[in-house]
Write a protein of this length. Sequence first.
Length: 155
Amino acid sequence: MSPTQRRRLLLVLLVVAVAGIAAVLVATALQRNIAYLYTPAEVKAGKVAPDARFRLGGMVAKGSFKRESGALLARFDVTDGDAVLPVSYDRILPDLFREGQAVVATGRMRDGVFVAEDVLAKHDETYMPKELADKMGQAHTKHQIPATAPATETP
């Protein structure tokens, strides 16, 4: 092997090594930032690792919102119609947050309570994240309500 071929081989090996290291770093960074979306029923069924960071999606249960006076700490329940999960959040809630509305919260489970780091509320009456709508739709296939017959006009 000539010195020129040796240099080329070392250069190729160096480029491959750098590309491999970069790929590993990118994959590690992406894996840390992934937060899967779960419904309360999936969390209660044990589909989430105990210390995992994930997104919780559902509706804020009516009558469940409580805020400690003089503090930012808010407690409320999130439901998907099949299960209810208590949530704790210690920051300012979005302006559109209210009971009976869709919400997606990111955080972790601690002692049976979902401790949220971030809370997103829906922005209008027809919006619900597609992932959440699909999951809640799957959870309610057995509870579907038949459509009512259209009203007929009377002369």
